[in-house]
Design a protein around this ligand. Structure first.
Ligand SMILES: [Zn+2]
Length: 230
């Protein structure tokens, strides 16, 4: 699987001017590290209108591949929640034929619903964090905040020694948000106590999102209130 693209005519939503646009279908970072930089800066798939100057982000399917770090992530902004689950089953059924990795390596294979999810997964993996634990942290923060000011989006942007740095989208804009790294360690602990019941195959494609986090919290809560499993 190497870098692939196709071209389409896209219309500027502001002035209706038509521009030719390159849609990236696959990015392979081993041959095209510059495309990864563009992806992280969110300039990879944007329509820059030469008529009015407006720039529009295009939501198209994209496969991100980093052979060095054994990352394979498929981003499907074109699918709704139900179709996303169907796609996940297809990917899991296809198994290693999609992208064989040596048995001794730990591949990171994810299906995500948006480019923002994709960017966050890359960051999380490269920082050596567990995206399942991070989703738990995000889920709890969003839930706690819900009665107060609902958080529309919460994104990890960096990791310091003792804290995780996020940006959060509230009704009136984006704000910075810091969380002590202990919150992440607590989430890891919850994960360790619940993973075996989920039977998660680390080499399989997974959809690790807020729904996943909610399921984990539910299982953990159930296990705590019924420690002997009756
Ligand atoms: Zn325009």
């Amino acid at each position: 699987m190497t870098t692939a693209f196709h071209q389409v005519m896209a219309q500027c939503p502001v002035c209706l001017n038509e521009e030719e646009l390159t849609i990236w279908d696959v990015i392979d970072t081993s041959t095209d590290p510059d495309l990864k930089e563009k992806l992280l800066r969110k300039t990879l798939q944007s329509l820059e209108c030469r008529n009015c100057g407006h720039s529009t982000l295009i939501a198209a399917p994209l496969v991100y591949r980093d052979p060095k770090q054994h990352i394979l992530i498929e981003s499907r902004p074109d699918l709704g929640p139900d179709d996303l689950l169907v796609r996940l089953q297809d990917l899991q059924a296809a198994g290693p034929t999609l992208w064989p990795t040596p048995a001794e390596t730990a591949p990171f294979r994810r299906l995500v619903a948006s480019v923002n999810d994709l960017i966050e997964k890359i960051l999380v993996h490269e920082q050596g964090l567990d995206d399942r634990a991070l989703e738990l942290v995000k889920f709890v923060v969003i839930k706690h905040q819900a009665q107060d000011t609902p958080i529309e989006e919460l994104r990890l942007v960096g990791v310091a020694k003792s804290e995780l740095n996020f940006v959060m989208k509230l009704e009136d804009g984006w704000f910075q948000y810091q969380l002590v790294v202990d919150a992440y360690h607590n989430a890891q602990m919850i994960l360790e106590q619940t993973t075996d019941t989920l039977n998660h195959d680390p080499a399989a494609f997974a959809l690790i999102d807020s729904t996943y986090a909610e399921r984990m919290i539910d299982r953990f809560t159930a296990a705590m209130s019924d420690p002997i499993g009756q």
